[in-house]
Design a protein around this ligand. Structure first.
Ligand code: ATP
Ligand code: MG
Length: 295
């Protein structure tokens, strides 16, 4: 395909319903040569622009390794990673990586700036963004995560949830296409977790961001459009949270816990409570129980 045709295709893809922002094909990885079992084996999937994909799986199933391969921090043994239509190579890794923002588990390991605003500006300075634009972007990003009042504060003095919101501000200031959250809420208390989830919902909508969230928290994963399960380096499920959580035996086979609301609904059904079939979120379950009680 010549460049002009490729550009036209891309344009029509964008104005059409969906664009594949991420396409992974036959991805294989091993940390050491000739490992008995590959760390990742033949992983293929794609993600539409604006989609929220949750990735779950037991410890050591390969989730973080997959994230590192997508961000070009590791190089695949075989297979391809295409980001926004372009195959990731050692030549274009620095350019393509700009399309991806990563937020990691430990909020304390993600700070480089002495103040919150310096920290958010850091990635922009590295990209050579002019100062005027940088100030606008930092202000906008901090406002978006509700941390503008803290801009002159030292990151060390913030709560875990506030730190993660600043880390997210640092990512969105760089205007990525995809945000990858690798256990970004796992060290937070329930309030911090809720704050982060609210921010993710907001920024996804505002910037039409594609979200890939790796998590052990199935309640959190239930908010995604789609969910994938990794098991011992293999992709064993690619479905909707609703479907996955209504198949309890499967969850147990994959070594996953039941979401709290599923376990409770299961017990209530056993006690002859009349509940709608399928997966119910905590809020939906509370709603159904309240309605039953009021009748
Ligand atoms: N730097 C490394 N060198 C060698 N082996 C590694 C390295 N990092 C991870 N591994 C191994 O690769 C496998 C996949 O690890 P990975 O960190 O991708 O799993 P994960 O699904 O993210 O687990 P967790 O839920 O605990 O974060 C594990 O067996 C792990 O021990
Ligand atoms: Mg991990």
């Amino acid at each position: 395909m010549d460049r002009k045709t490729a550009h036209a295709c891309c344009f029509f893809d964008r104005i059409g319903a969906m664009t594949k922002i991420l396409e992974i094909s036959g991805l294989q990885y091993e940390y050491e040569k000739e490992q008995d079992i590959l760390t990742l084996d033949n992983i293929s999937f794609s993600v539409e622009s604006g989609e929220w994909l949750a990735v779950v799986g037991q410890n050591g199933s390969g989730k973080s390794t997959m994230a590192r391969l997508i961000d070009g921090l590791l190089e695949a043994k075989s297979g391809t990673v295409r980001i926004d239509g372009e195959s990731l190579t050692s030549e274009n890794v620095w350019d393509l990586r700009r399309k991806i923002g990563m937020v990691f588990q430990n909020p304390d390991n993600q700070f480089v700036g002495a103040t919150v605003e310096d920290d958010v500006a850091f990635g922009l300075e590295n990209q050579g963004i002019p100062r005027d634009e940088m100030l606008v972007r930092v202000e906008e990003a901090l406002k978006q995560v509700n941390m503008l009042d803290f801009k002159t504060k030292e990151p060390a003095r913030l709560s875990g949830g506030q730190k993660q919101r600043v880390a997210i501000a640092g990512v969105i200031a760089q205007r990525p296409e995809i945000i990858i959250l690798d256990e970004a809420t796992s060290m937070l208390d329930p309030t911090g977790r809720d704050e982060i989830m609210a921010v993710i919902h907001d920024i996804k909508k505002k910037y039409n961001l594609t979200v890939l969230s790796i998590t052990h928290d199935l309640e959190e994963a239930s908010q995604a459009d789609r969910i994938m399960v990794l098991q011992k380096g293999e992709l064993v499920q690619d479905t909707t949270p609703m479907k996955l959580f209504s198949e309890q035996e499967n969850l147990i086979d994959f070594g996953l816990d039941l979401p709290f609301s599923s376990a409770l609904a299961h017990d209530l059904r056993k006690r002859d409570f009349k509940l709608p079939s399928g997966y119910l979120t905590e809020d939906e379950l509370v709603e159904v129980l309240l309605q039953n009680n009021l009748k």
